[in-house]
Ligand binder design. Structure first.
Ligand code: UFG
Length: 332
């Protein structure tokens, strides 16, 4: 089966391309390189890489038709909460408008299967924890709102047209492929684990803890960190299930365990054997105190089991990658 991976040169997309190739899919990647990295094409042999935008309807349709694509895994999106609050128009344009253009190209080319990168950000401030898929969706930022709009479009498209989809709501993706050649490289980096490890390495002076007065055991936020390879494997499982007749659905992906910012820093110090300079700062606007997933639905329906769920494993794979890529991917 030939699949299209949008955003396949990005963090979660690239890890998923690798897992898809491992189990025998033919893979074409479409990435505009706004957040992804050209170097990924050199590292992952076996996939075809096309540098282009999902908003180019004719290009997308042509790719789908000429390669007889049967499924699209859609990672290409902007995903920074703070950036989305500062510039919501950009998020609606990239994530919603272009997302719909992609769905329209699929409809024209009669591509039946779609796997969507959604986010825990669709829930907003949790009312009950752990958060299951029935939890109220009331996003507190434009990023989460744009993911929810696309999820709703998918529901209606699936009802009216021949589309089958699975939407995967990620909690905090982290870690790197165990080979050490694929990893997390956002510019600028804002995510906690890479920021902490950059401070351990000395390429960043310190880590600022955003808030120490939350109603949590140590006063810092709790998040559910999930290894990127476990996420990638979940996509393969979801695709296989859809093709085998599994109904359109929505699933959370997390580890069902919350770690505080201080626990992350402490574990990173153990893994790296280095002291990490820390500064205690103010809360970051929009951060809920606790985000922890219930993933019972995914486990029961698809038999998914995270294999790299230990925090030390997540951090050590990220550390392994960072030590080999102290300045990130070399994009030449
Ligand atoms: N944090 C710090 N210092 C830093 C960076 C982060 O204290 O330098 C804290 C944050 O306040 C938060 C936790 O570490 O409590 C995790 O922050 P991240 O920025 O790594 O991740 P978020 O939980 O903010 O966001 C992630 C994804 C989003 C997604 C969201 C779902 O990056 O795309 O989870 O809620 F929307």
């Amino acid at each position: 089966m030939h699949v299209l991976v949008t955003g396949g040169a990005g963090y979660i997309g690239s890890h998923t391309v690798r897992e898809l190739l491992k189990v025998g899919y033919r893979v074409t990647v479409l990435d505009n390189l706004s957040r992804g990295h050209k170097a990924v094409a050199r590292i992952i042999s076996g996939a075809e890489f096309i540098w282009g935008d999902i908003g180019e309807r004719e290009l997308v349709e042509e790719i789908l038709r000429t390669r007889e694509i049967q499924a699209v895994l859609h990672f290409a999106a902007l995903s920074l909460v703070g950036e989305s609050v500062a510039d919501p128009a950009r998020y609606y344009q990239n994530n919603v408008v272009k997302g719909i253009i992609l769905l329209e190209a699929m409809r024209a080319a009669e591509v039946p299967y779609f796997i969507f990168s959604s986010s825990a950000a669709v829930y907003g401030e949790p009312v009950t924890v752990p958060i299951d898929e029935e939890h109220l969706c009331r996003p507190t930022n434009p990023y989460g709102a744009t993911k929810l709009v696309v999820e709703e479009a998918l529901r209606w498209y699936a009802t009216a047209y021949r589309l089958k989809y699975i939407s995967l709501r990620y909690f905090n993706a982290a870690g790197a492929d165990s080979s050490g050649d694929l990893g997390e490289d956002h510019r600028p980096e804002t995510h906690l684990i890479p920021v902490v490890l950059q401070a351990a390495l000395g390429v960043r002076r310190e880590v600022t803890i955003y808030g120490t007065d939350y109603p949590t055991p140590d006063g810092t936020c709790l998040r559910d960190y999930i290894h990127v390879t476990d996420l990638a494997k979940a996509h393969v499982l979801a695709l296989q299930a859809l093709v085998a007749g599994h109904p359109s659905s929505v699933y959370n992906l997390g580890n069902e365990r919350g770690y505080s910012v201080r626990e992350i820093i402490r574990t990173a110090e153990q893994v790296t054997g280095r002291k990490i300079p820390v500064v205690e700062g103010f809360r970051r606007p929009g951060d809920p105190a606790v985000l922890v997933a219930s993933t019972r639905r995914m486990k029961e329906a698809l038999g998914w089991r995270p294999q790299y769920s230990e925090l030390a494993t997540i951090i050590s794979t990220a550390w392994h990658w960072l030590q080999r890529h102290t300045e990130g991917y070399a994009d030449i």
